[in-house]
Design a protein around this ligand. Structure first.
Ligand code: PGA
Length: 249
């Protein structure tokens, strides 16, 4: 862990989840083995935020959203505002996920507007950064991360923030960064954040599963995980939570 007190295990459901199966997910969740050591977070699709807010709260799960637009309201057909997320009971919002950066072409200018808008309504951004395989192979990982983190320059360091380091080549591929790569990259991210006047949790993401969670959470500088595929089933999500609780013990 990077010196903080509680791991965050956050599920990113992406474009998955219908109402009935998500209620079955909630039913199948077991108790958090150590709420002092691990915060459980789920970020479901927008359509499930309202119906899951209370059931999740009852199970000790913090609610987050996967994205948002930066305007508060108005003529932006198809968009969701920060205020709507707040109204639905969200605490977190994922911003800058590589799928948004790569598929929807989101870049630093837009992401800064989204960060500011999230802070304006009291949401905590889970800001994702990560390099592509070609960039890692070219030795450009740190440059890419530095450029992505540069959107934080000049922001108020007291505003809440979580960063998620997700190597793009490890997302949904079954490949994970080695513990050495994770420790080395997290050290760089914490260092760069410090240079920007920030101290915050840095989660690891990319094919985290019950089999590798414990060794990843044990890496220096890792404060939790952002989990895609393995967060869709309550049992594998809980196994990852349990792994983090063991590391924290
Ligand atoms: P994955 O996704 O765990 O399925 O690799 C992680 C993410 O995209 O946040």
């Amino acid at each position: 862990m990077g010196g903080s007190t509680q791991f965050i295990i956050a599920g990113n459901w992406k474009m998955n989840g219908l109402l009935q199966e998500s209620l079955a997910f909630v039913d199948a969740l077991t108790a958090n083995p150590n709420p002092d050591a691990v915060e459980m977070v789920i970020c479901p699709p927008y359509t499930l935020l309202h119906p899951l807010a209370k059931p999740f709260a009852d199970k000790g799960v913090t609610l987050g959203a996967e994205n948002m637009y930066f305007e508060e309201s108005g003529a932006f057909t198809g968009s969701i505002s920060p205020l709507m997320l707040k109204d639905a009971g969200c605490h977190y919002v994922i911003l800058g996920h590589s799928e948004r950066r790569d598929i929807m072409h989101e870049g630093n200018t837009l992401l800064r507007k989204k960060l500011d808008a999230a802070w304006d309504v009291g949401l905590t951004p889970m800001f994702c950064i990560g390099e592509h395989l070609e960039e890692r192979e070219a030795g450009a990982t740190n440059d890419v991360l530095k450029q992505q983190l540069s959107v934080l320059a000049g922001t108020d360091a007291n505003l809440p923030l979580v960063v998620a380091y997700e190597p793009v080549w490890a997302i949904g591929t079954g490949k994970t960064a080695s513990p050495e790569q994770v420790a080395e990259t997290h050290a760089f991210v914490h260092e760069e954040l410090a240079r920007l006047g920030r101290k915050c949790k840095v989660l690891y993401g990319g094919s985290v599963n019950p089999g590798n969670a414990e060794s990843l959470m044990a890496c220096e500088g890792v404060d939790g995980a952002l989990v895609g595929g393995a967060s869709l089933k309550a049992d594998s999500f809980m196994e990852i939570v349990a792994a983090a609780a063991r590391v924290a013990a």
